[in-house]
Design a protein around this ligand. Sequence first.
Ligand code: NAD
Ligand code: ZN
Length: 349
Amino acid sequence: MWHLVLEGINNFALKEAPEPTLQSPTDVIVKVSATTICGSDVHFVLGEIEETPWGFPLGHECVGTIHQLGPDVRGFKLGDRVAVSPGVWCNQCDACRGYKYQTCESFGIFGSGKNLGDLGGAQAEFVRVPCADNTLSLIPDGVSDAQALTVGDMLCTGWTGVERAAVGPGATLLVFGAGPVGLCALHSARLQGVAKVIAVDVISDRLEVAKAMGADHVINASLEDVAEVVLELTDGRGAEAIVDAAGVKSTFNAWAPVAALNARISMVAIPSGPVELPLAQLQMKGITVWTGLADPNRTRRDFLLQSIRDGTLEPSLIFTETISFKNIVTGLQEFIERKPGLIKPLIVF
Ligand code: NAD
Ligand code: ZN
């Protein structure tokens, strides 16, 4: 089979490899029908995430069909259409029972190197999925591959970001960054009781998509004074909840001026290096900052898939183009270089 391999900083290629095989009775082999590229892949490509030996397969977002099935997998059969979570957890150890998935003994993230579970990549023709009963979700009839592909990472990360900002009903949410993660955060906000959504970016066509996905107000940070507009929109209070899906120096400095007293900030973006936070300003406003990864809980993913089927969510607007898997190297280059108009590519086989 063919898969995308990261050989070193900015050095990636399609390589041939043996098809993965079942290694445990709870494994499944998925034949991938669609995959995509995440902002986090770019952090790996640019060498910005903790060091991991090079030469590992990339990609942690895919959907497909069940090609091989371990004897202890209960909830799936051969040929089922499935959405794969970016992260694996066993749902049996103490950590999982306490919802602390990242400390599960089986935890790993697909396509993220030796230090994060040494799993196969989702930018591949086939992928071995451990702990399949938790790592997979069935795709309901009527939900497309593109829609289902958003659920594991983009929608779960966006949803988790909004949830951890702990907005009570009626709150104003401000989202920095209208990339795929920020768009999915603001798209899921109404379902979580948010009254008003403000999106901030520096790229105007992304802000147009933000409007189409549910933002009430958009602010272009390269043209407008963000704090001034936010205070105007909130009668001088500021936003009670903030999701940072941009994670750049200018957004860290923008947090305190736009935040309401006792606001909560979800830092879902992965910064590209050490950051300086204006801590005193955040302290004076009693602000709480949460960081972490998307919650990979299967119940959450199943709920999001149902919400798509019901028409409550339509996340596939984040895909601005469709490319063939054989062109993934060019697709990744264009993604890294931020080709104008490209938000996220749908990669099909
Ligand atoms: P992206 O790069 O497409 O989105 C970032 C957006 O921030 C861009 O649209 C960019 O124009 C915007 N931006 C840049 N400067 C800005 C500024 N000053 N003000 C406002 N916006 C600004 O990336 P993405 O795929 O949406 O991912 C966002 C981040 O989330 C990445 O760091 C990614 O690694 C991370 N991520 C985290 C998790 C998790 O589990 N925590 C999961 C997936 C992705
Ligand atoms: Zn990701």
